[in-house]
Design a protein around this ligand. Structure first.
Ligand code: C2O
Ligand code: CU
Length: 543
C-alpha cells in the first residue's frame, strides 16, 4: 500500500487517457468484454475437441502466409551462426562468456527487404538454446520460442532457420531460453530498404548492454537474489532506497551491473566510430541489455529520430532519448566539425554509463565519465512520434480488444499478466482481425512490452496514432493502447523484455485460432496439439 502510494507520487500525472471507451473499463470489464467476443475461443483443453484449435506454428496457414511474403527470385543468404563459450576483451578486461560467432556483439547479418535468410545455427553451448529474430514479421515456426514454435536445440545440435524478412529495419537476434540473453548472446540483423532515400553518408550499429558475465555475479545468481528478496529490487520495494527515474516513473531496473557496454567495450576503452566533418551518420541504436534502460546523447550534437523498432517515423530532432530493453531507434547525427565526441548511454537511475566516441579528427578521447550537456536537454517523448505515412495502418475499428494487466513483482518475485504468471490463457485472435491490446501497469516498475511476429501502432495520449513498434515502455500506473493487424498466423509470445520479469512470469501468448482445424493431415494436427499442450503444461519456455 505504502509502496503503491509512493510510486504514484513519483509518477508524473498522465494526460487524460484516450477517447477510447475500452481503455476506461476496469480489468473485470475488460476481460468480460474480451470474453464475450471470445467465448467460442475457450480452448477445449489438451486432447479436447470442439473449440477452435490453435493454428499450428508450421501448419498450412503459416505456410500460406510465408508464400505471400516470398518473392519469385528472392535472394537467399546462406549463413552459419554458432553460439559458443568465448573470452572477450571488454577493454583491458577479459571476460569469459557465451557469444555468437566469436565476438560480442555477434557478427552482423545484413539482408534486403524481401530476401530470405537461411541460417544454419549450431549450438556449441553446454546448455540447450534457440535463436529469436527480434522484431521480424517472420514465419511462426522460425520464431525461436522453445516449446511453442520449435524444440530446444540441444548442445552439439543444429537447426536451420529459414524465412523471408519482409520489412526493412534495424532488428537483432538473441536466445529465447532462460537468462541466456544476459550473456554475450546478441547480434544485429539489419534489413536494408530497397527504397531507402539514403539521406545519410555512413551508418553504424550501436549495441548497448548491461554486463556482469564473467566479471561479476551470474544472471542466475542475480535471479536467486531477486527471488530471495535481496538486491536492488528489494531495496526499492522496501521503501525508496536508490534512485528513481523521472522518465520511467520507477527504478531503472532490478539489478546493478558492474559495467555497461557499447559494442562490447567499457567506457574507459571505448569503440571509436570514424567519421568526416559534416557527414550525416545514421546510428542504429539497439538496447541488448537484460535489465537496463539507457538515456542516449551525443556531445555537441542533436539527434534526428528516423525509425522506431525498424519502422520510419516523421522525423523529430531531440537532445537525448530513452531506449528500453529490446527497443531500437535509428537517428541521424550531422558531424559537427573535426573532433572527438562522446556518444554516451547513461544507465537510467543506476548511476553508471556506457560510452563510445565519434571521431572526425585528432584529439583526446573524453573521460569515461563524460556527461554531455545534451543529456539534460530535450528528451524524446513517445507523444512526439508518428509513423511515416507509408507504414500507417488503415483507419479501422478493432475487431477484438484485450486488456493486458501487468502485475506482481513483490513476494517471491513473481510477475503476472492478467493475474497469472506464465499466463496459460492465450489471447485468441483470428487471422485478418484488427486487434487492440490495452495495457494497464499495476506494478511499481516500468515494463518494455514486446509482441513477437508483428509490429503494433501505439496510440498516443491524444488518441492520435503514434509510431510503429514491437516493444514499448509501459510506466507504473499507465494505461497504454496498441493496435496490430493479425496478418501473421501462429503462436506468438507477448512478454516483458526485462529478462528477469519474463522468467518471473510476465509473459503470455497471442494465439491465432482457426474454426477449421487447419486442413492439414492428421499427423500435422496431432503435432500442433502436442506442441501446444507441452507449452501449456510447462507454462514456461525457458528450459
Ligand atoms: Cu527479444 Cu521474446 O524477445
Ligand atoms: Cu517488466
Amino acid at each position: 500500500m505504502l509502496l503503491a502510494s509512493r510510486a504514484r507520487r513519483r509518477v508524473a500525472p498522465q494526460p487524460a487517457l484516450h477517447s477510447n471507451a475500452m481503455a476506461r473499463l476496469s480489468r473485470r470489464q475488460f476481460l468480460a468484454a474480451a470474453g464475450a467476443a471470445g467465448a467460442g475461443f475457450a480452448l477445449a483443453g489438451c486432447g479436447g475437441s470442439g473449440a477452435p484449435r490453435p493454428v499450428s506454428p508450421s501448419g498450412p496457414a503459416v505456410v500460406a502466409a510465408e508464400q505471400r511474403r516470398r518473392r519469385p527470385g528472392a535472394r537467399v543468404h546462406d549463413v552459419a551462426v554458432t553460439a559458443a563459450p568465448l573470452a572477450v576483451d571488454l577493454g583491458a578486461l577479459r571476460a569469459d562468456t557465451w557469444g555468437y560467432d566469436g565476438a560480442v556483439p555477434g557478427r552482423e547479418l545484413r539482408l534486403r527487404a524481401g530476401d530470405v535468410l537461411r541460417a544454419r545455427f549450431t549450438n556449441g553451448l553446454p546448455e540447450p538454446t534457440t535463436i529469436h529474430w527480434h522484431g521480424v514479421g517472420l514465419r511462426n515456426d522460425m520464431d525461436g520460442v522453445p516449446g511453442l514454435t520449435q524444440p530446444l536445440v540441444q548442445p552439439g545440435q543444429s537447426f536451420t532457420y529459414e524465412f523471408t524478412a519482409p520489412d526493412p529495419g534495424t532488428f537483432w537476434f538473441h536466445p529465447h531460453t532462460g537468462l541466456h540473453l544476459d550473456r554475450g548472446l546478441y547480434a544485429p540483423l539489419i534489413v536494408e530498404d530497397p527504397a531507402e532515400p539514403g539521406a545519410y553518408d555512413r551508418e553504424y550499429t550501436v549495441m548497448l548492454d548491461d554486463w556482469s558475465d564473467g566479471i561479476g555475479q551470474s544472471a542466475e545468481a542475480s535471479l536467486d537474489d531477486l527471488r530471495a528478496g535481496r538486491g536492488a529490487h528489494a531495496a526499492h520495494l522496501a521503501g525508496g532506497e536508490g534512485p528513481m527515474s523521472e522518465f520511467l516513473g520507477s527504478a531503472g531496473g532490478d539489478v546493478n551491473y558492474p559495467l555497461y557496454l557499447i559494442n562490447g567495450r567499457r567506457p574507459s576503452a571505448p569503440v571509436e566510430l570514424e567519421a568526416r566533418p559534416g557527414e550525416r551518420l545514421r546510428l542504429r541504436l539497439v538496447n541488448a541489455g537484460a535489465d537496463t534502460p539507457f538515456r542516449v546523447a551525443v556531445g555537441g550534437h542533436r539527434m534526428t529520430v528516423t525509425h522506431t523498432d525498424g519502422f520510419p517515423v516523421e522525423q523529430v530532432t531531440v537532445d537525448n532519448l530513452m531506449i528500453a530493453m529490446a527497443e531500437r531507434y535509428d537517428v541521424i547525427v550531422t558531424v559537427n566539425g573535426s573532433g572527438v565526441f562522446p556518444l554516451v548511454a547513461v544507465a537510467e537511475a543506476k548511476a553508471a554509463q556506457a560510452m563510445a566516441v565519434i571521431r572526425s579528427g585528432p584529439g583526446d578521447v573524453p573521460g569515461p565519465g563524460s556527461q554531455p550537456a545534451e543529456l539534460r536537454g530535450a528528451t524524446l517523448s513517445l507523444d512526439d512520434l508518428h509513423a511515416a505515412r507509408s507504414v500507417r495502418f488503415p483507419d479501422r475499428r478493432p475487431d477484438r480488444v484485450y486488456g493486458v494487466e501487468l502485475g506482481g513483482g513483490e513476494e517471491g518475485y513473481v510477475w503476472t499478466i492478467n493475474g497469472r504468471p506464465h499466463d496459460d490463457e492465450p489471447l485468441a485472435v483470428r487471422e485478418g482481425e484488427r486487434v487492440r491490446l490495452a495495457f494497464v501497469n499495476r506494478t511499481t516498475m516500468f515494463h518494455p512490452m514486446h509482441l513477437h511476429g508483428h509490429t503494433f501502432e501505439v496510440m498516443l495520449a491524444s488518441g492520435a496514432p503514434g509510431p510503429r513498434k514491437d516493444t514499448t515502455i509501459v510506466r507504473p500506473d499507465q494505461r497504454l493502447t496498441v493496435d496490430f493487424v493479425a496478418d501473421n498466423p501462429g503462436q506468438w509470445m507477448l512478454h516483458c523484455h526485462n529478462v528477469f520479469h519474463q522468467v518471473g512470469g510476465m509473459m503470455t501468448t497471442v494465439s491465432y485460432v482457426a474454426d477449421d482445424p487447419g486442413g492439414g493431415s492428421e499427423a500435422a494436427a496431432a503435432d500442433r496439439a502436442r506442441l501446444y499442450c507441452e507449452w501449456l503444461g510447462k507454462g514456461l519456455s525457458t528450459a
